[in-house]
Design a protein around this ligand. Structure first.
Ligand SMILES: [Zn+2]
Length: 286
């Protein structure tokens, strides 16, 4: 049976994967596709495009890349009144949210499901997705970004070390969970997908430190290699990123590589159709 393994590596920089040679990540065919580069963080929106195959998504908080929102709407309303959350990502908003999280308020990942928007995982069944932004991001990832400011961590070493350790702990749990599913032949799936954030967050925390970025890529490449041991020659393996990252800043192209001969994607939304086509699922269902 044809199956698809989709590996999402946030912010993976195509130019570096080629230049510094990561043979497992660079599969049979590879390249990059252009992505918009607005002045606000864009990860949530780009993954929403990848997972829905749609460019014109309804105007939702996803478009402003609020990966998570506070569980308590009353508190959010109050913060809005105080104009604290008005500027998304402002350091004051970060501090206010961080304080609330430490006081026990939970962050709830924003999901396309909240807006009744269908994703590739609704169209392909059975499917499994581990921690995708805009879909089912693990709440602990949202809580982590609320607790620690990535921007602050660049300047403060103690903060940076704590954030890095806690992030790796969560990411290793995703890796363990993905490997558990892949190893278990009794779990049937046609589409299996997992997303990792370290490839984005660590380079953001160490702008200009290319060796740190490559170290992160090496660990993740090893994980991917382990996953591939549990695929069959019939499986399509698609590795994608939502944008690239150089010197701590996003770049305007997303990575893709695939283990088979396919019509190369030209834009971010093409990944969706590549998956459906390979599985012989009609896109009219979406
Ligand atoms: Zn991203």
């Amino acid at each position: 049976m044809r199956r698809v393994l989709l590996i999402g590596l946030d912010g993976l920089e195509y130019d570096y994967v080629v230049k510094y040679h990561f043979p497992v990540l660079l599969q049979k065919q590879h390249g990059c596709v252009p992505v918009p580069l607005p002045d606000y963080p864009v990860t949530g929106l780009l993954w929403a495009m990848i997972l829905t195959g749609r460019e014109n998504l309804p105007t939702t908080p996803l478009n402003k890349n609020i990966l998570c929102r506070l569980e308590d709407r009353g508190i959010i309303k109050l913060l809005r009144k105080l104009r604290i959350t008005k500027i998304i990502g402002s350091s004051l908003a970060k501090k206010a949210i961080s304080l609330l999280v430490r006081r026990g308020y939970n962050m709830v990942p924003v999901s396309l499901r909240d807006y009744n928007v269908k994703t590739i995982f609704d169209v392909v069944t059975p499917s499994i997705a581990i921690s995708f932004p805009a879909l089912n991001l693990w709440p602990e990832i949202g809580a982590l970004f609320a607790k620690y400011s990535v921007v602050e961590s660049i300047k403060r070493e103690k903060l940076r070390i704590r954030l890095e350790q806690e992030l790796w702990t969560i990411e290793r749990r995703k890796y363990d969970e993905a490997l558990r599913v892949l190893k278990d032949a009794s779990i049937g799936w046609r589409l299996f997908a997992v997303h990792f954030f370290v490839t984005d967050t660590i380079p953001h925390m160490y702008p200009g430190d290319i060796e740190k970025q490559l170290q992160t890529y090496r660990i993740v490449e090893l994980w991917v290699e382990h996953f591939l041991q549990y695929t069959t020659p019939e499986d399509l393996v698609l590795i994608v990123s939502d944008h690239g990252l150089k010197n701590g800043l996003h770049t305007d192209h997303a990575f893709w590589s695939v283990n088979k001969d396919i019509e190369p994607p030209k834009k971010l939304t093409d990944f969706y159709h590549i998956i459906l086509e390979y599985l012989g699922v009609s896109s009219s269902l979406s």
